[in-house]
Ligand binder design. Structure first.
Ligand SMILES: *[C@@H]1O[C@H](CO)[C@@H](O)[C@H](O)[C@H]1NC(C)=O
Ligand SMILES: *[C@@H]1O[C@H](CO)[C@@H](O)[C@H](O)[C@H]1NC(C)=O
Ligand SMILES: *[C@@H]1O[C@H](CO)[C@@H](O)[C@H](O)[C@H]1NC(C)=O
Ligand SMILES: *[C@@H]1O[C@H](CO)[C@@H](O)[C@H](O)[C@H]1NC(C)=O
Ligand SMILES: *[C@@H]1O[C@H](CO)[C@@H](O)[C@H](O)[C@H]1NC(C)=O
Length: 398
């Protein structure tokens, strides 16, 4: 009797420690809102819990779990919000005017935020207070147009930005110029260093993600870039020197599709690295010849391998136009916004084996053209310490 009740108690305790209700924030475009949702990872109940604002929010970047930055493409604004535990957003300070933003990110030193403007061919930085409140005006740079080629190659089209593992460099993939704009991070802004041209043109660098050190301690840091015009993922080894970083291509780009889509079929959109650094996931938005959206999974090979990535599968995204996706900090749950299906799919992912379930466990409906999804969960951003940075700058020892 005592034994069985102890077992029951243990079972209850186990369930409690393994099941959790997660909170997510999803922004929608044409409905113009940002929404909070919960996902119960035991019974897979995925529900909307609130509409939190309604003025054309698109990209969202979370800092910890209590601060968020949102971009407003229609009004050319970026704004800070205090985030409540249930995903509610309250304005923190006033919105700041920047060139039509499609992306916002934060420097690791907490000194500024940065935006990328695909429509205006510009990037911008905005200093922030110690509490993260933006301080206008923004400092923006508009890149010169290349030769007149068909859109999107007709002008610069910075699509996103990423801070490296040392926190010293900021890299903007530019879809129009087929280049990576490399910047050095200062206290409250960034200084242009150089442009790293893409190995192939047109390729359309869109978003980027980091792998290797310190996620995988004995692998040098690498930058992976998803190209939306030739639908591929390429990998750059990051070689640090005292005041610079060089990007050295590892192998050639790998397609995100089974069959090459040809020109003018822009489908590859987002990429993610599993928290353990072993796999890369890239989304393909649907394009007429390709049917619904899909997710391509790649195994990340060692930095010494001839090819950086090996594609292991391509499976359905559970709907149309998967523009953004996000893994929870345990790497087990993948949320994918399927914009043109007005739904967000939740998949089980195994970050040890790279197996992504072929059908979702749940679809969240009720948001028109969802755009971006984030988990309201604390996650450690892998960052090198001062000593590790010095070691990275001495090539012989890495
Ligand atoms: C934002 O602009 C797009 C394109 O012009 C439009 O379809 C959409 O309704 C606008 N959204 C809001 C919330 O104003
Ligand atoms: C791609 O689109 C551009 C601009 O619309 C057009 O000039 C070009 O011929 C197209 N290329 C192909 C291969 O369809
Ligand atoms: C930094 O490295 C890049 C790439 O190797 C190089 O083109 C550039 O000239 C370097 N800049 C400085 C200031 O050393
Ligand atoms: C998504 O919602 C929009 C706006 O209500 C609607 O026009 C469109 O047909 C919906 N798409 C699907 C696949 O249901
Ligand atoms: C979610 O939607 C996809 C695509 O319509 C469908 O294949 C899947 O069965 C749905 N899953 C659930 C749990 O509703």
């Amino acid at each position: 009797m005592f034994r069985s009740s102890l077992c029951a108690l243990l079972a209850l305790f186990c369930c409690k420690s393994f099941a959790a209700t997660h909170t997510l924030i999803i922004t929608g475009d044409s409905s113009g809102g940002a929404f909070s949702a919960t996902f119960d990872d035991l019974n897979h109940d995925f529900s909307l819990t609130g509409s939190i604002l309604n003025n054309g929010a698109n990209w969202i970047a979370l800092v910890g779990t209590s601060l968020a930055y949102l971009t407003f493409r229609n009004t050319s604004l970026v704004a800070a919000y205090d985030v409540s535990p249930s995903g509610g957003l309250t304005p923190a300070g006033a919105p700041v005017i920047v060139p039509v933003p499609v992306y916002v990110g934060v420097s690791r030193n907490g000194g500024f935020i940065f935006t990328a403007s695909y429509p205006s061919g510009a990037i911008a930085t905005v200093p922030v207070t110690p509490k993260g409140i933006p301080i206008p005006p923004a400092v923006s740079t508009t890149f010169a147009a290349p030769d007149p080629l068909p859109s999107p190659q007709d002008q610069a089209r910075p699509h996103s930005g990423i801070v490296d593992v040392t926190g010293q460099y900021l890299i903007f993939p530019d879809d129009g110029l087929d280049a990576l704009h490399v910047y050095k991070i200062g206290a409250t802004s960034a200084t242009f260093l150089y442009d790293q041209p893409s190995p192939v043109r047109p390729s359309g660098p869109r978003h980027a993600a980091l792998s290797g050190f310190p996620m995988v301690p004995n692998w040098i840091p690498r930058l992976h870039v998803v190209n939306e015009e030739d639908n591929s993922v390429e990998t750059w080894i990051m070689h640090y020197s005292r005041n610079n970083v060089s990007l050295i291509l590892q192998g050639s780009a790998v397609s995100t599709l089974e069959v090459h889509a040809g020109m003018n079929v822009s489908t590859a959109a987002e990429l993610l690295i599993s928290p353990n650094g072993k796999f890369l996931l890239a989304s393909n938005r649907d394009a007429i010849p390709l049917g619904d959206g899909s997710i391509a999974v790649f195994r990340i090979e060692p930095p010494t391998a001839k090819t950086a990535l090996t594609r292991v599968s391509i499976t359905s995204s559970g709907g149309a136009n998967p523009r953004s996706m996000s893994l929870d900090p345990t790497g087990k749950w993948l949320a994918v916004v399927n914009g043109n299906s007005n739904s967000t799919a939740m998949f089980i992912f195994n970050q040890e084996t790279g197996v992504l379930a072929s059908t979702p466990v749940a679809n969240l409906t009720g948001i028109t053209i969802p755009q971006t999804v984030v988990w309201l969960e604390d996650r450690k951003t892998p960052t090198a310490t001062e000593a590790e940075i010095l070691r990275l700058q001495r090539p012989a020892e890495v």
